[in-house]
Design a protein around this ligand. Sequence first.
Ligand code: ADP
Ligand code: MG
Length: 310
Amino acid sequence: YLTKVSTVNNSTKLHMYTSFMMVSHSNSHCCRSEDLHIFVGLKADLRNKLFGQHIASDIIFKAVSGFMKDNNPKKPLVLSLHGTAGTGKNFVSQLIADNVYKKGYHSKFVHVLSAILHFPHQSEIVTYKSQLQEWIKNRVKNCERSIFIFDEMDRIPPGLIDSIKPYLDYGKVEGVFFQKSIIIFLSNTGADQITKTAVDFWKNGKDREEMMLKDFESFLSPIVFNSDQSGFSKSTFLYSCLVDVFIPFLPLEYKHVVQCAMAAMRDEGLRPDEDVANQVARGLHYYPKLEKVFAVIGCKTVVNRVHLYR
Ligand SMILES: Nc1ncnc2c1ncn2[C@@H]1O[C@H](COP(=O)(O)OP(=O)(O)O)[C@@H](O)[C@H]1O
Ligand SMILES: [Mg+2]
C-alpha cells in the first residue's frame, strides 16, 4: 500500500493519512471463533520466552487470561507498558496476540499504530482524532476481539487518545461493542524512574525478583499523567483511570542478553551456542558506568548481532 499510495500523492502528509485510512479499509472480514485460539499457551510463552520480566509476566498473565475468560467484560482491557528500549514491550504484545489469534501478531485483527508512522504531525491532531475514532470503530465493528497496540505512546500528539476515551470507558458506543477488545499502550515514559528503582535495588544488594509492582505503581501512573509527552492529555484522560494496569519493564542484565541470544539462535533453527551468546552479550554497553549491570538497549540488537560471532 505504502508504495502505491505514495506514487499517487506527492504530499507526505497526505500520504500518511491515506496509507492509514487505506489500511483501515483493507480488511473487512469478521473474526470467527476459528480465528481465535483456545486461550491456553500464554503462561508457558511468558515463562519460556520472556526473560527478566517477572513483574510484567505475572501481571500480564493474570490480566489477559482473566479478561479472555470473561465472556462479558464491562470494558476493554487497557494495558500500559513502560520501560527502556529493548526490554520486551513489543515482544510481549506479540506473545499476547499469538495466544489470542491463530495467525498471531499477523492476524488482521491485530492493529499496530505507530506514533511516528501514523501520527507524525502535531498540527494535524484534529484530523487524526476523527480518523482514529472512525477507524477504531470500524475495526471493532468487524471484530469485537480486536487488539490495538499503540507504539511509542510518548510521541503520540497529546490529546489524540482523548478521542477514543468513550470507547475505552464504556462497553457499548453507537451500537459498537468495545468491551472485548484489548488495547496496549507502549512507551518509554517513566523509564528513567524504573531504571533508578532497579539500580537502587541492585546497589542495596536486593534480589531482582524482590521488586514488585507496587514499587513502580506509585510513580508510574502519576508520571504518565503529568508528562506532557505522554500522549494522554491531562484534561480528560487524567482522572478517569482507563488504563487497567501500568506495567514496568525492567532493564535487562547480562544473563538476560545471553538468554535472548540463545533464543535468537534457536528461532533461526541454529544450534544455540553459549560462546556466541556470551560474545553477543559482551559486545553490548551496560550501566551504571562503574558497575555495568544493565544493558543500555536491552536485547534490541541481539537477533542481528548473533550473526557477527558465528
Ligand atoms: N525481556 C525479553 N525477553 C525476551 N526477548 C526480548 C526481551 N526484550 C527484548 N527481547 C528481544 O529483543 C527484541 C526487541 O525487543 P522489543 O520487544 O522490540 O523491545 P521494546 O518494545 O521494549 O523496545 C524482541 O523482538 C525480542 O527478540
Ligand atoms: Mg518498542
